[in-house]
Design a protein around this ligand. Structure first.
Ligand code: SF4
Ligand code: SF4
Length: 191
């Protein structure tokens, strides 16, 4: 899939997000790193097994050799999954083999944003919300609405502002946001 975001831009994004975290302390201590440790097979609402993992954003794979010993790689076809119609060809899905331990400076973007998620309003404005995705674990930052560090919110917003300039990524955020509106999902807006 053709990403308009260059490798150096992804590198700069990683560097910026290396400097911030949701809390000044390690939030993993609140929950035994629940979002990292759910990497095995999990059970969804219909009782079916599914594999927890992380989708890389289009072009993010350029930062990896795909030989990293701490990651298991799956390459999938975007057309086979619920991605925007503009997504054609390969998408990269990774699972980490040693959770909650990984080279911190190389953890994928999805790990860095959580518990925040991007949201595009009907008029196309970017907001950050608490992740509305149903997951088989409890995140205290979401459930207990623990205030997040301003620096983390600001850096995450800056990064999403840049990411949605890429048409594929904007299509993804627009699709997810539309789905949330359709389902009348209650949104917790952070910025
Ligand atoms: S983001 Fe939430 S689930 Fe993940 S380690 Fe922090 S508190 Fe736990
Ligand atoms: S890559 Fe790192 S931060 Fe992400 S789920 Fe795995 S252990 Fe956690």
């Amino acid at each position: 899939m053709k990403s308009t975001i260059r490798k150096n831009t992804y590198k700069a994004i990683y560097r910026l997000l290396n400097k911030v975290s949701p809390l000044s302390s390690d939030c993993g201590e609140l929950c035994s790193a629940a979002c990292c440790n759910c990497g095995g097979d999990a059970i969804d609402e219909e009782g079916l097994d599914f594999e927890m993992g992380i989708y890389l954003l289009p072009g993010e794979e350029k930062l990896f050799s795909k030989k990293e010993t701490w990651l298991k790689w799956n390459v999938e076809n975007a057309e086979d999954y619920e991605f925007p119609d503009s997504w054609k060809g390969k998408v990269y899905f990774v699972r980490c083999k040693t959770p909650p331990h990984c080279p911190r400076e190389m953890r994928p973007l999805q790990c860095r944003f959580y518990p925040l998620a991007p949201y595009l309003t009907e008029s196309g404005d970017l907001r950050l919300i608490l992740s509305p995705v149903e997951l088989p674990y409890r995140c205290p930052l979401i459930d207990d609405k623990i205030p997040l560090q301003r620096s983390f919110i600001k850096a995450t917003y800056t990064v999403w502002k840049r990411l949605i300039k890429d048409p594929l990524i904007r299509d993804l955020v627009a699709m997810d946001s539309k789905e949330l509106r359709k389902n009348k999902h209650e949104l917790v807006e952070i910025i």
